[in-house]
Design a protein. Sequence first.
Length: 318
Amino acid sequence: MRKNWFLWLITIILTLVIFSILYLTNFTFRFPPKEIFYIRLIRFLVTSVAGFTLAIAGSTLQTILQNPLADPYILGISSGALLGVALSKIFGSQFHLTAFLPAFVFAMVTIFSIYYLARVKGTLVKELLILGGLFLNFFFNGIVFYLLVLKREVLEEILYILWGYTGIIVTTGELPFLIISLFIAFILACLPLLKVRELDAITLGDYEAMSLGVDVHKVRNFVFFTTSASTALVVSITGAIGFVGLMVPNIIKKIIGGKHAILIPASGLCGALLMLIADAISRNISPVELPLSIILGIFAVPFFFWIIWRQRNESNRG
């Protein structure tokens, strides 16, 4: 843990509070009429909870899989959940939250498939993990595009959920279900806080963690379940949003440290902040709102260069 972690955490919280006010007032510091504020508040809740959830999912996956590139999007979990959502939409579901069950099933199948395919003689091969995720990403997205060709009347709606969109419209009757779903996603994202000691031990390696009395298999299944369920809930509401779970945990580890009692909530708060920033840019950068993964993909380019540069320097020192 870094010596100044507390100052960084306070800075993240204050920045999130200030930007939240700017977001809700459309950068004017004047609150709009009740009807407009109601719409903005729903979008604010959806955006911030999605960022919070995806950042924590990336943080726990990177620990449990011991790979800094692990994240729900890259590993294909989001794409698997997206296929479940697309099937739900195409076969007649008009309410996006009913897509959670198929999204959850496909997300669970994806993460367990990748994990067991990437194990060679009991050892998890990081390269196979990423390659397997990329393969399943292409596979699931290919199926979704094929379904779009067959069902063109839902083309525009599904194109937006392919890359993430938080400006959803809900009726008064749907609002309670949306709030409950966001609350459940938030709780699921926070559940790994119950396993911070075990996660800290796993950062040392599986065998070291087992020597400390940690049931690594049980903790891994726990993380797979919470990650798949929370990601499926987010995808069923917003569509597939990439790179939040990749960028945020790596940055937070660098500035705060790797103790999960602080890393998990700090990643969640920073993920919410990043999503709010990306959504604000997507609404103002062009006449048409851009899907969030486009904005986040632009952010991810310098981040990938930073990861490559850091690993290259570490290799040179080794």
